[in-house]
Design a protein around this ligand. Sequence first.
Ligand code: HPA
Length: 269
Amino acid sequence: MANFAAAIGDLRDTGFGGDKPRVAIILGSGWGAIEREVHDPLTVRYEDIPGFPAPAGTAGHECRLSEGSLWGVPALVFRGRYHAYEDRDPRDLAIPVQVAHALGVETLVLTNAAGGIREDLEPGDLMAVSDHLNLMGINPLVGFERLPQAKPFPAMGAAYDPELLEKLINAGELASQTVKSGVYAGVLGPSFETKAEVEMLRRMGADAVGMSTVPEAIVARALGLKVCGLSLITNRAGGADDSHEGTLKAGSDNAPRFAAVLKALITGL
Ligand code: HPA
């Protein structure tokens, strides 16, 4: 059973928080290579943190938390995340964000893989998340009585910090990469979308679709963290060949490009 108090107690006992991390990054599917950029890290596997939710063991989702200097900035890097489609309590999705907040982080960078819906969003493109649609059918703040540090009714009108959004676009320019922006639709998964669902999402205002990020952004806003999101478009949504393996491959193929953008963002924070 996940237990935030146990997890944060253990992490503090093992030295986490000692570097006063300013920023936390949650690495989505295919984004794991960023973990190697943490200099001289203190690292623990999720399954070795008492009270931390058990990872689901999805291929390509090796789960480790590292603290150290990320391009000169004290940072926490969560490699691997919890998904609402796993067999777990939605409140588990809050725990990494609660940990980041409790260790002093002020800025949360959410990365993910997403399927492109808007015509110009092609595999390999980077998209800064300007806003989201929560179509997951869950909200990690349900039962907020158990999240005493969180605002139960957070405003979501500027969920993705406008200044950070601008910094992300500028980071793309600095790294000679185009960073587009758009609305991310969070769906439950784990099946990919039908063509009819993609058309529905497009009419609802979605530019890209994925199975993560939204719950973490909600918790972050409830805890007063600044949030930004960066999607790697791995496929055109609704394709007949959509696959988890394809998502991971698009991630490894594009790792140097998104690392360059994140570096420009983080060093400019
Ligand atoms: N749909 C949902 N999630 C995804 C997709 C997609 O097409 N691509 C990567 N994650």
